[in-house]
Design a binder for this molecule. Structure first.
Ligand SMILES: NC(=O)c1ccc[n+]([C@@H]2O[C@H](COP(=O)([O-])OP(=O)(O)OC[C@H]3O[C@@H](n4cnc5c(N)ncnc54)[C@H](O)[C@@H]3O)[C@@H](O)[C@H]2O)c1
Length: 249
């Protein structure tokens, strides 16, 4: 397993969050040199140092195109071309179709949708130059189904991630870059634990999840590692669900 990602440079966004942290540890554990990116440079550097293996920690606001250009240029200068991009950063708003505001709509789409496009636009050509590789776009079950009829802008953004993935997969199909979307269900992270503890929403999540529990960041990271590696070599433009059966209903 250790050698599955050996010799590959992998960029992860939102990498110090609950799922991102598990993805970084998993990919580094499989031999990748991981570029740990998130808003706080200090936390990125700390995690990069912890996992070692040539990891780099860099600040990256995924909604900022100039920042993407600068980070990709720095990484390719220091570590060579990228083999894998994990577009993991995402934020959610709590508004419905009628309470949504322009401000929160633009904020959520800027990070969760535009950030994924910018990642593909600026890191994808590097992966192509490396001779091919994989892009994993972290979407959500809420990119596919309407959930609780809330978090309107989040659903809009994640639905777009699902379809941008298919479009980009077709663009790159003959150029060696595979692009797939990953759709987690309800995953217990330090942040979601705080947010959901004791709420009726938590009961509804558990009730609607056939496996009857929340998922773990490590279970998502295992699926990311599969899509990032050559073991998924005949998969592109597809959707992988890690949701305890939520979307099977
Ligand atoms: N936790 C869940 O239940 C769940 C379910 C489905 C999908 N997801 C998706 O998985 C991904 C990771 O979620 P998580 O649960 O680890 O969330 P999290 O809030 O723990 O982590 C998200 C990370 O993204 C970073 N971030 C926020 N804005 C950013 C920006 N502009 N640029 C770069 N980074 C930014 C944050 O600093 C944070 O570290 C997200 O895309 C989320 O939508 C999570």
């Amino acid at each position: 397993m250790r050698s599955r990602m050996a010799g590959r440079t992998v960029l992860v966004t939102g990498a110090t969050g609950g799922i991102g942290d598990a993805v970084v540890r998993r990919l580094a554990g499989e031999g990748a040199a991981v570029v740990v990116t998130d808003l706080d440079a200090g936390r990125c550097e700390q995690l990069a140092q912890e996992v070692g293996g040539g990891a780099l920690g860099l600040a990256l606001d995924v909604s900022d195109e100039a920042a993407w250009q600068q980070v990709v240029a720095e990484v390719t200068a220091r570590r060579g071309e990228l083999s894998v991009l994990v577009n993991n950063a995402g934020i959610a708003g709590m508004n419905t179709v009628v309470t949504e505001t322009m401000e929160s709509w633009e904020q959520v789409l800027g990070v969760t949708q535009t950030g994924v496009w910018l990642g593909m636009k600026h890191a994808g050509p590097s992966i192509e130059r490396a001779g091919g590789g994989s892009i994993v776009n972290v979407a959500s079950i809420f990119g596919t189904v309407g959930g609780f009829g809330a978090q309107f802008s989040y659903h809009a953004a994640k639905g777009a991630v699902r379809l941008m993935t298919k479009n980009a997969a077709l663009y790159w199909a003959k150029r060696g870059v595979r692009v797939n979307s990953l759709h987690p269900g309800f995953i217990e992270t330090p942040r979601s634990r705080e947010l959901w503890r004791g709420t009726p929403r938590l009961a509804a999540m558990l009730e609607g999840t056939p496996l009857g529990r929340l998922g773990t960041p490590e279970e998502v990271a295992a699926a990311v590692a599969f899509l990032a590696s050559d073991e998924s070599s005949f998969m592109t433009g597809s959707e992988l669900y890690v949701d305890g059966g939520w979307t099977a209903r």
